[in-house]
Design a protein around this ligand. Structure first.
Ligand SMILES: Nc1ncnc2c1ncn2[C@@H]1O[C@H](COP(=O)(O)OP(=O)(O)OP(=O)(O)O)[C@@H](O)[C@H]1O
Length: 451
């Protein structure tokens, strides 16, 4: 875990030195300020995990400074150090948001205990905030269910990617599990003990996304009655997951690029940069390189976020995994509604494997959910499975939006699935030589791994 950064505000050089020396020895990073003005400037420009604040400073006192610091970032715990241990002062400081109160002469081990407890509380609060930013309670899922070559490749790539600090771009069709993979990557990264914050860039205006991402100062625009912390700040030390990044407004893209490259950004209405440390995971169902060609996505941002690219295969390219996947989903669904385990017959499994799944895992779950509602027995048979009413299938399998090349690939894989993976039989049905079919499959494999 990254070291915690503490701002020590005191005008007594001996005390400053003693606190710095002691905290650095215990693994903290320490910044110093000797006046209220200096403390405010530093606090504005950086993200601190905690502040120790001497009551009396040359240009003011803690009661003046506390509200200013809280207006910039109210989450940071501030520990007040004072020689004036009057009860009125304690009450006033706590009212203004001070976390704790220590009386001088300072007991350094006591300061350490107080700091560690404050940091732990703060980390829990950040995680709580992250959970609240998600629509639903999260349940950890295993994104690598099955034994197909495609899923093994995905797992291998993901393990390598999780161990790095670089941005990750996840691509794949809708419903393939890109968001679940992003959460897995965070859980398996060195940032796992910090929060991951998610934002879907699709369908939101530039202004909304901008304030969500970067936050704003009080009075930045009509209605900004107080300062608001953006996602980047809330995810400090953790991970930011931007879903559907291909939909992000082009005007907003340079700001994200700057935050990634310089690890600093500006809240709306602020004239000062703030430092921040986050890892970006982005996902899209669109072909970002094509958006770059069409000038709908900035090439510099594309290169910055695509150093590590992971392609999540659609279900139809891993048909061998469908039986185990379907059974796992069924077990979850039955457990959720307190029912006994339900099994799929062989005919049902074959039917599931032959479907092309334009909506991928999301569609599979919906189909199973519907089948479960109709099933009275402990088995689901082929006729219980209804693909026709799934919205994904109603989109004519998305065929009309495909290129000729994609259509060919889609059709070949469908025939191959329907023939249970037998290349001979598929080649015969397609009326092409077996060697041509092999050649095409090889090309598709190479295209998939290039993502
Ligand atoms: N490995 C998994 N195990 C169980 N459920 C999964 C798994 N992967 C995905 N799902 C479920 O499938 C649905 C779609 O997954 P997810 O949202 O991650 O896909 P996506 O590729 O991000 O979709 P979109 O492109 O539409 O945003 C979700 O309900 C998710 O919980």
């Amino acid at each position: 875990m990254a070291k915690a950064k503490i701002l020590v505000v005191d005008d007594d050089e001996i005390i400053l030195f003693a606190i710095r020396d002691f905290l650095e020895l215990h693994g903290f990073i320490v910044d110093e300020a000797e006046t209220c003005a200096e403390a405010e400037i530093r606090y504005r420009a950086d993200v601190y995990d905690a502040v120790t604040l001497d009551y009396s400073l040359p240009d003011g006192n803690a009661i003046d400074l506390l509200p200013k610091l809280k207006a910039i970032d109210a989450r940071v715990p501030i520990i007040l150090l004072t020689a004036h241990g009057s009860i009125e002062l304690v009450v006033r400081a706590i009212q203004l948001g001070a976390e704790q109160f220590l009386v001088k002469p300072l007991d350094l081990p006591a300061l350490l205990v107080v700091l560690e407890r404050a940091l732990e509380n703060q980390q829990n609060r950040r995680k709580q905030l992250a959970r609240e930013s998600l629509d639903q309670p999260q349940r950890a899922v295993d994104p690598f269910i099955g034994h197909s070559a495609a899923i093994h490749r995905l797992e291998e790539q993901s393990r390598l990617a999780a161990a790095t600090e670089s941005p990750i771009l996840i691509q794949g069709e809708t419903g393939t599990g890109k968001s679940e993979l992003a959460r897995w990557l965070h859980r398996n990264s060195s940032r796992a003990s910090e929060p991951m914050l998610e934002l879907n860039c699709g369908g939101f205006s530039k202004d909304f996304l901008e304030t969500e991402l970067f936050g704003h100062e009080k009075g930045a625009f009509t209605g900004a009655v107080s300062a608001k912390i953006g996602l980047l700040e809330a995810a400090h030390r953790g991970t930011v997951f931007l879903d559907e990044i291909g939909d992000m407004d082009v005007q907003l893209q340079p700001k994200i690029l700057k935050a990634l490259e310089e690890k600093r950004f500006r809240r709306l209405g602020s004239v000062q940069d703030r430092k921040v440390d986050f890892r970006l995971i982005a996902a899209t169902h669109q072909k970002l390189d094509r958006l770059v060609q069409e000038q709908l996505f900035r090439s510099d941002l594309f290169y910055r976020i695509s150093a590590i690219q992971i392609y999540v295969p659609p279900l139809r390219e891993r048909a061998a995994d469908i039986p185990s996947f379907a059974q796992m989903l069924l077990n979850r669904l039955t457990a959720d509604c307190g029912r006994e385990t339900v099994h799929l017959t062989q005919a049902a499994l074959t039917k599931l494997q032959r479907h092309t799944w334009p909506g991928n895992i999301r569609e599979l779950r919906n189909v199973l959910e519907r089948a479960l509602m109709g099933a009275v027995a402990a088995v689901i048979d082929a006729e219980d499975l209804d693909f026709a009413s799934s919205p994904e299938s109603q989109k004519k399998n998305g065929l009309s939006s495909m290129t000729l090349k994609e259509l060919e690939r889609h059709f070949i894989i469908q025939v191959l699935n329907e023939e249970g993976g037998h290349v001979d039989r598929a080649a015969k049905r397609l009326d092409i030589p077996r060697s041509t079919l092999y050649q095409k499959l090889k090309t598709y494999g190479a295209e998939s791994s290039r993502f």
